[in-house]
Design a protein around this ligand. Structure first.
Ligand code: KG4
Ligand code: ZN
Length: 343
């Protein structure tokens, strides 16, 4: 493959949770390969991600995944301009596998090393299929570990305008799915069964936080579902899984939409994006699309495969770090609780 002088090709690695992923991305927006080795089937046996098993699986798979990413991109390491890796936030043992691997490759191949924030990666997934998208824009990041409303002021420049006070949206999906017997991972299972349910069947709470219109709280809706299930069991009323799932999904997506649209208005943005695993949810995507259309705001969302964890999004984020001349030294370490905007 031709690599003209101006092109910047980045090999990106992601191993912060339960996907071992590598991708080759050209100029931040063109994905030459995007390889994901999912551990979901393994963790399903335990009802959630088991950190030590995740680390062990990453170490087993990472070399094959990287080799496959380079093969699919028809490139050798010498043709790559930089090595990027997620260095936080995430599970420390899982992150360490990717960071150690990226450092070894960068050192051996004599390439710059770029540490990427996982959330910055999720946000940057929007650049891949929307070549015209440029900051500033507002982005709702909804994943298993995070629920952030972020003002993307520029590439690499973020202002968090709202965040969850307790559970992340994806975490609530996973916990509720477990409670109603759907198992792990909760989000896709709740979405699927909700299609057969009535979203108005049960009214679950939509939490608001006084004086903080952009913050979220999902522990209340989760408890309400658990209480509802207990109540049904005590009264020996059968639980209609699909109705509980659809009503819960509606409660969560209503809150996400309401807070996001209040922020769109307040910050007077004309572009709004969603990102993270929960952004794959069709009720949320369709609701957000409609709400944005009503306000005349352009709506952006990644394909489902780019919503959940992947390395292409890390390559997209790393490109702008590379352009800004931000590279890391050999002492780059995993930072499990890394804050957005910190370096
Ligand atoms: O972004 P992600 O892959 O990993 C983290 O950074 O956390 O997000 C995973 C989360 C899980 O909680 C999963 O249940 C949720 O995203 N998720 C969904 C859907 N697909 C994944 N939630 C709702 N609907 C979906 N279709
Ligand atoms: Zn993620």
């Amino acid at each position: 493959m031709e690599n003209s002088q101006k092109d910047v090709v980045i090999l990106a690695i992601e191993s912060s949770c339960d996907e071992t992923a590598a991708a080759v991305v050209r100029n931040g927006r063109e994905v030459l390969s995007n390889v994901i080795s999912s551990q979901i089937a393994l963790h399903t046996l335990y009802g959630g991600v088991v950190p030590e098993i995740a680390s062990r699986k990453h170490i087993e798979k990472i070399n094959q995944v990287i080799e496959e990413a380079l093969t699919q991109a028809h490139l050798g390491l010498t043709e790559v301009d930089a090595i990027a890796v997620t260095y936080g936030p995430g599970l420390v043992g899982a992150l360490l596998v990717g960071v150690a691997e990226a450092k070894a490759i960068a050192y051996a191949a004599g390439k710059p090393l770029i540490g990427v924030h996982h959330i910055e990666g999720h946000i940057s997934a929007n650049y891949i299929e929307n070549r015209e998208l440029e900051p500033p824009f507002l982005c709702l990041v909804v994943s298993g570990g995070h629920t952030h409303l972020v003002m993307v002021e520029d590439y690499g420049s973020y202002n968090i305008v709202g965040r969850t006070r307790d559970d992340a949206a994806g975490e609530a999906f996973d916990k509720v799915a477990r409670a109603i017997g759907l198992g792990y991972p909760g989000g896709p299972k709740i979405e699927k069964i909700s299609k057969e349910g009535n979203p108005e069947a049960i009214v679950f709470p939509r939490a608001k936080i006084a004086d903080h219109p952009y913050d979220f709280s999902f522990s209340g809706v989760k408890s309400a579902v658990l209480n509802y299930i207990n109540g049904c069991q005590m009264k020996q009323i059968p639980i209609v899984q699909a109705d509980v799932a659809a009503s819960f999904q509606k409660a969560v997506t209503d809150v996400l939409m309401e807070h996001a649209m209040t922020a769109v208005e307040e910050f007077q943005v004309d572009k709004f994006a969603i990102a993270g695993g929960v952004a794959a949810n069709r009720t949320l995507r369709n609701g957000m699309r409609e709400a944005c259309e009503k306000k005349g705001v352009k709506f952006y969302y990644p394909s489902p495969i780019l919503c959940t964890d992947n390395a292409a999004m890390i390559g997209a984020a790393a490109y702008y770090e590379y352009l800004a001349g931000r590279c890391d030294s050999w002492d780059l370490n995993a930072v499990p609780n890394l804050k957005l905007g910190e370096r």
